[in-house]
Design a protein around this ligand. Structure first.
Ligand code: PLP
Length: 450
């Protein structure tokens, strides 16, 4: 009976819904109809429970079913569900949220603009940087340098910055002026002898700036730790060298903290791991734990001073910028993140998870690498461990592994054969242990072992 109702819902879905990353064939075979969330557990319409091993899409850090957040939303909806944030209008939750993020983020980042999510925030960064350089008398500094395996959203400009090339072909041509350099990817980046891998990977930025001409490059745009591209944690010397290069060539350093912001990596913001400050940031996801679609950008005092000097109106705005309900939800969620010390929790739980995943699977002949920082972890499958050779794409090993994990009650996402694991920060030890058990059993089942 329960199965029938799930199938009926899937049939109705197929009739009228277009999904993000739509593919009718695979949805028909393996769809889920999620009906409930509690902590780190999701329930499907057939009653089966799954560990939400990617926290939704990396965002539900506080877990499902937090009544404090629900109550904050309901209260704000009763008082004032919506008001424009345009021009001279503001609202109390938006003011308080800007003050709160000012307290939590890099000391030099002090002014904030709110959006509805990550992709809108990427566009807001590109446009803000362009206007900034025009005010500084350098109108040709419009190019954006980002990285292979970077993910920044799918608006046309955000997609053009995104360095996962599978997102491009259906929608070419991309916006001109977006350039990609290799990812520092410790497992795969090959540096020439005599220079460390991190410095060599960072120097790719310098070479790109010189190739393009520093007078044409406005920003370097990158995630402190690459997320959707497969949890790529850079070498310790990478970010300090990137900061030096940006300073030397007068290029803004803009970090996409949509996944790394608000504690998941073990620090409140990603670059704190390396003692580096960016000039501009963007955030989304964990700022509301996914209870409301909200994102934003933050800019340094120096950029703010330049923007404030402009006499024209900044012609950039979203209907839902500074949405009072979204800001109230974010404020309550950030109170939880601070009160429950999410950075420390993520650091400790992430270390525990990584250690146990490695103990269970590092020796497996088809596990190339198990990596992570805080509660961002990933397992990369390879055909040949010695040469790091990948499986042919048509073998779909990652997707097959995901089917195995789903059989055992774990749901997540992959980039090819890289299986990402980023459970809610509130996840218990039992959940983390169960993740290790399911991943270990699933990998072995995939390769026909008992
Ligand atoms: C680092 C990063 N930037 C931007 C985005 C895009 O955010 P949205 O899907 O809210 O547009 C994502 C989404 O996964 C992301 O991980």
């Amino acid at each position: 009976m329960a199965d029938e109702s799930k199938q009926t819902l899937l049939d109705r879905d197929q009739a009228h819904l277009i999904h993000p990353l739509h593919n009718k064939q695979t949805h028909a075979a393996h769809g889920h109809v999620w009906v409930k969330g509690e902590g780190a557990i999701l329930t499907d319409a057939d009653g089966k429970e799954y560990i939400d091993a990617l926290s939704g899409l990396w965002n539900v850090v506080a877990g499902h079913g937090r009544t404090e957040i629900v109550e904050a939303a309901a209260k704000q909806m009763q008082i004032l569900p919506y008001v424009s944030g345009y021009a001279g209008s503001t609202n109390r939750p938006a003011i308080e949220l800007a003050e709160k993020i000012n307290e939590l983020t890099y000391p030099n980042i002090t002014r904030f603009f709110f959006t509805s999510g990550g992709g809108e925030s990427s566009d807001s960064c590109f446009k803000t940087a362009r206007y900034y350089w025009k005010l500084r008398g350098k109108p040709d500094k419009t190019k954006v340098i980002s990285r292979q395996w970077g993910y920044h959203g799918v608006t046309l400009a955000a997609m053009s910055a995104t360095g996962i090339s599978g997102y491009w072909p259906m929608f070419e041509p991309r916006v001109p002026g977006f350039i990609h350099i290799p990812s520092p990817y410790p497992y795969r980046y090959e540096a020439l002898p005599g220079v460390s891998q991190g410095i060599a990977a960072a120097n790719e930025l310098e070479q790109a700036i010189l190739r393009e001409g520093a007078d044409t490059v406005g920003m370097f745009f990158a995630e402190p730790i690459q997320g959707a591209g497969g949890v790529i944690v850079p070498q310790d010397d990478y970010w300090p060298r990137i900061r030096e290069i940006c300073d030397q060539y007068d290029v803004l350093l803009v970090t996409d903290e949509v996944i790394t912001g608000f504690g998941r990596t073990g620090k409140m913001f990603g670059l704190e791991h390396w003692g580096v400050q960016p000039d501009m940031i963007q955030f989304a996801k964990a700022v509301t734990s996914g209870y409301f679609p909200l994102g934003g950008i933050g800019i340094s005092d120096a950029i703010a001073a330049t923007l404030d000097s402009g006499e024209a109106v900044w012609m950039h705005a979203y209907t839902y910028s500074a949405h009072p309900v979204g800001c109230a939800v974010a404020l309550r969620n950030l109170e939880i993140i601070v009160a429950e010390d999410f950075p420390t929790q993520a650091a400790e739980k992430g270390e525990y998870l990584l250690k146990n995943l490695r103990a269970a699977l590092a020796d497996h002949p088809h596990v190339g690498e198990i990596r992570g920082k805080g509660l961002m972890t990933a397992i990369e499958l390879v055909r040949d461990k010695a040469t790091k050779e990948e499986f042919p794409a048509e073998d779909n090993m990652g997707a097959k592994l995901h089917l195995e994990t789903q059989k055992r009650g774990l749901f997540s996402r992959l980039r090819g054969d890289v299986f990402c694991i980023a459970p809610p920060v509130i996840s218990s030890r039992e959940i983390l242990d169960r993740i290790v058990e399911i991943m270990s059993d699933s990998v072995r089942a995939l390769f026909g072992e008992r």
